[in-house]
Write a protein that binds this ligand. Structure first.
Ligand SMILES: *[C@@H]1O[C@H](CO)[C@@H](O)[C@H](O)[C@H]1NC(C)=O
Ligand SMILES: *[C@@H]1O[C@H](CO)[C@@H](O)[C@H](O)[C@H]1NC(C)=O
Ligand SMILES: *[C@@H]1O[C@H](CO)[C@@H](O)[C@H](O)[C@H]1NC(C)=O
Length: 356
């Protein structure tokens, strides 16, 4: 079901790209999304790690953010906006999803949604601990603190209805599979490790439901074997996609998507959907020219082979590409703003009718 619905969305999008340079949205009529709340890892972290002192999983320095409004390195792991920012705009909520820990947040920012995500986090508690970043339970605690803040504004009885009309996006797991699993291979094979991660994910969705979420989009993993750093480390002399990692991601994705139906059936009034990120991004990587890209196997920042977070910095930037919009990847692990911009409507179209 997922591959076919996402390939339909991809076809629709390529078609739209050819004619008007952008993908059209396929939304139900009269959608109201009051706010968007985001949980997960660096794919969706707009800067929550900025104040953390013991992690390398941050990027609030140049050349990060060089194509962001004002050229500002906000802590987003890209050259510009993230998919969550584009989603907020396309759904008519606002232009950017800020970090919950941004000290300049205003009340209006809180009332239209924030991201609690933390780069380097995983569903496996060891993943977040190794990276010294906010774990998924930490993120949930921040959300509970958030609820207390808005209670005094909206009134206690309004909070549940406000949250039920909001959209929750969860994007996590890639660090478990690409990093922590390598450390845990002596204890687990990929099948049992994926089971553990998926059950931890499932517990997170239940707790999110208990905290008030009613419309939840769960992102699957990207084709992590095809990101430039993994090509360099595990892709052999030709720097092809690392097949093992893609296989692990696919196995995990199939187990994750199989959990969604049972959750929906067991939790009253919960709308929850699995969003396939793997195939849409792989399609871009395999057909870069069709989407207006020139390079998919190296990233823009530095040599494009390995630089990410602290290694993608003002010194290595002397080697960076002049125009990131020609590249699928900004650093050796994260897509460019342009790739996120193309992906966002494709991702929204998969499940908007179920969720909104
Ligand atoms: C559209 O949404 C508004 C606000 O939720 C609601 O009052 C109205 O009845 C809806 N209209 C239709 C046609 O569903
Ligand atoms: C990081 O270090 C600064 C300066 O020493 C300190 O003010 C801040 O509280 C620390 N942040 C955290 C999250 O510990
Ligand atoms: C990237 O792909 C192109 C086209 O297939 C190839 O010519 C080039 O050698 C690759 N570059 C690297 C660094 O892997």
């Amino acid at each position: 079901m997922f591959p076919s619905s996402s390939s339909a969305a991809i076809t629709l999008c390529i078609f739209a790209l050819l004619f008007n340079g952008g993908c059209t949205l396929d939304l139900p009529k009269n959608v109201t999304v009051r706010a968007i709340f985001v949980f997960g890892d660096s794919i969706v972290d707009p800067g929550n790690n900025n104040k953390l002192n013991n992690t390398i999983a941050k990027c609030n320095f140049p050349p990060y953010g060089r194509d962001f409004p004002g050229g500002k390195p906000t802590g987003r792991f890209s050259n510009g906006k993230l998919a969550t920012d584009f989603a907020a705009e396309l759904l008519g909520v606002k232009e950017l999803i800020p970090a919950y820990l941004d000290p300049t947040l205003q009340l209006q920012d809180l009332l239209t949604g924030v991201s609690f995500a933390s780069g380097g986090a995983g569903y496996d508690p060891l993943t977040s601990r190794l990276a010294s970043v906010y774990s998924m339970p930490d993120q949930l605690d921040f959300f509970k603190e958030y609820k207390e803040k808005i209670k005094s504004v909206l009134g206690e009885e309004q909070v549940a209805s406000f949250l039920s009309k909001s959209l929750f996006l969860v994007c996590c797991g890639v660090n478990d599979i690409s990093t922590t699993y390598r450390l845990r291979r002596a204890e687990y094979d990929i099948d049992s490790y994926a089971d553990i991660i998926v059950s931890s994910a499932s517990k997170f969705f239940q707790e999110l439901y208990e905290a008030g979420a009613r419309r939840v989009a769960v992102l699957g993993l990207p084709p992590v074997g095809c990101v430039p750093s993994q090509r360099t480390l595990f892709g052999g002399i030709t720097r092809g996609c690392a097949d093992d990692e893609n296989h692990w991601a696919l196995l995990y994705n199939s187990k994750l998507s199989a959990q969604i139906g049972p959750l929906k059936n067991s939790l009253p009034d919960l709308k929850i959907a699995y969003v396939d990120l793997y195939n849409p991004l792989l399609n871009i990587i395999q057909n870069p020219h069709k989407y207006g890209f020139e390079v998919e196997n190296v990233s823009c920042c530095g040599t494009g082979r390995i630089e990410v977070t602290v290694l993608c910095n003002p010194a290595t930037n002397t080697l960076s590409c002049p125009d990131a919009s020609k590249y699928v990847f900004w650093d050796s692990y994260h897509p460019t703003e342009k790739a996120y911009k193309i992906l966002t409507p494709i991702l929204i179209n998969q499940n908007a009718k179920e969720l909104l």
